[in-house]
Design a binder for this molecule. Structure first.
Ligand SMILES: [Fe+2]
Ligand SMILES: [Fe+2]
Length: 141
């Protein structure tokens, strides 16, 4: 299997997971109030831990991307750093949402909205990276 078809097949295998992440973001955007948000944030956290780990597996998605984009290693490192930043932001948001001392609802709404923006930006960048690499390698413009 060539590196391009390997990347294509790995990226395709991730499609369902990416759809799940997008769906969960939609649920969170549609949610109203803290009681609604906590279980959705918990589910998003579980999803993302698995998703990010899978993308970073040896011989996984990011490895396959890196092999085809040697000159863009720094962008790949940024994506990896963003995984950690998003999870840490999510953990902090969940801690605030579960704060026994009381929840500042408008602060929480802001945090969730920032988190979703950060995650959506990450996933779009990652998608564009894969499309660029696959497009360049297969001669498609
Ligand atoms: Fe990612
Ligand atoms: Fe992803």
């Amino acid at each position: 299997m060539t590196s391009v078809s390997r990347l294509e097949s790995i990226y395709k295998d991730l499609e369902k997971e990416h759809q799940r992440v997008i769906k969960q973001m939609g649920r969170l955007r549609a949610s109203v109030g803290v009681t609604d948000m906590v279980p959705l944030l918990d589910e998003l956290r579980t999803l993302l831990i698995v998703h990010f780990a899978r993308e970073q597996l040896p011989d996984g998605f990011y490895d396959a991307l890196g092999a085809l984009a040697e000159s863009r290693r720094d962008e790949l490192q940024t994506l990896i750093d963003e995984h950690a930043a998003i999870l840490s932001h999510l953990n902090e948001t969940l801690a605030r949402a579960k704060d026994a001392g009381g929840v500042d609802e408008s602060d929480l709404l802001d945090r969730v909205s920032n988190l979703l923006e950060q995650l959506s930006d990450h996933e779009q960048k990652e998608h564009q990276f894969a499309v660029d690499v696959l497009g360049a390698e297969s001669g498609v413009t």
